[in-house]
Write a protein that binds this ligand. Structure first.
Ligand code: SF4
Length: 334
């Protein structure tokens, strides 16, 4: 059985529809080992492939410009759902949904699930199984809730690291969440954004973990980061040139706020945010208007404090630290 659905019939239809001769393929690290299977429909259609081998973290990172520059006439982007980033050439999203049925492991962990009303969360790879899991929970006397998608997500119940909308939309009605997927990146974010516990179930390893982040410790660490930054005079506002991370309007607003407060500010446009290179500019601190996870997950990689846009407002006395707001992306910021 194939692990992922690479939708070869859909790929062929797309290639035919656009009379593609050279197709650029973009895929995240986790799918690279499946390249042999991925290129099959292209080879069958006699279409030349160009694999864009740079890092790819999300649909925010669409390489349409690069594909065009290299002579591609279409782009096929694997592993993520379309989040509405506009593209300069025909683009097909293949979400690479996983065939593995999570119900077996969910059934086994039910005794660990102390919630009577539970919000269901997942990534696009497992989205097709969410209704089946909801049915299983109902048959066990648990009331499931699947939240509506936020501004960047495509499906109900779909989490992104920069969009916890589906979790927030049902948070007030549930005791906690059940997350189906791999890794802790998404469920931890949901726990921090809602203040609720998340039971994370991994359908691949069949392991599970209750994630109840120490919100108090998190807030203390973020407050200390803001305090460290407050003494700074020179700030770099980081914007990524990745089309779904290029929050230039937001950066402009932060720039004006910093200037009004008498600080020196520069907007730094980079593709890949590498702390070691940004350190060369001699800034006292950074504000991140690129991927919202960076100041939270990568703070330790930076020698200087790195704040979210909300924390920058706190530093400038324009917002109160509590209630704390996780940074999430919305369309007005571009
Ligand atoms: S969390 Fe960051 S990498 Fe992931 S989709 Fe959002 S902006 Fe992109």
């Amino acid at each position: 059985m194939r692990f992922y659905d690479f939708e070869s019939a859909r790929v062929k239809r797309f290639l035919k529809q656009h009379r593609a001769r050279r197709a650029a393929i973009q895929l995240p690290a986790g799918l690279r080992e499946h390249l042999r299977e991925i290129v099959e429909p292209f080879a069958k259609m006699g279409v030349e492939t160009l694999v864009l081998a740079d890092s790819c973290y999300g649909a925010c990172d669409l390489a349409d410009e690069k594909a065009k520059q290299l002579g591609g006439d279409v782009l096929v982007h694997y592993g993520h759902a379309d989040m509405g980033v506009s593209a300069c050439l025909p683009t097909l999203y293949i979400e690479a949904r996983m065939s593995v049925d999570p119900r077996g492991v969910v059934e086994r962990v039910l005794p660990e699930l102390k919630f009577k009303r539970v919000g269901l969360l997942t990534t696009v790879q497992h989205i097709a199984h969410l209704q089946d899991v909801a049915k299983l929970l109902r048959s066990s006397g648990i009331k499931p809730f699947i939240g509506r998608p936020g501004p960047r997500a495509k499906y109900p119940g779909q989490l992104l690291g920069c969009d916890f909308g589906c979790a927030r939309s049902v948070a007030a009605r549930v005791d906690g969440f059940l997350y189906i997927g791999t890794g802790e990146f998404h469920p931890l974010g949901a726990a921090l954004a809602t203040g609720k516990q998340v039971l994370a179930v991994n359908p691949i390893s069949e392991g599970f973990k209750m994630l109840s982040p120490d919100i108090g410790a998190f807030l203390r660490a973020r407050k200390a980061m803001v305090a460290r930054a407050t003494a700074g005079e020179r700030f770099g506002i980081i914007v990524s040139t990745k089309p779904g991370q290029a929050r230039f309007k937001l950066a402009e607003k932060i720039f004006k706020d910093l200037k009004r407060a008498g600080k020196v500010a520069h907007v730094l446009a980079v593709d890949e945010v590498r702390p070691e290179e940004l350190g060369d500019f001699g800034f006292d601190g950074f504000i991140c208007a690129a991927c919202p996870r960076m100041p939270i997950d990568d703070a330790e990689r930076f020698e200087r404090p790195i704040l979210t846009p909300f924390e920058a407002r706190v530093m400038l006395g324009k917002a109160k630290f509590e209630p704390y707001r996780m940074d999430e992306v919305n369309r007005k910021e571009f």
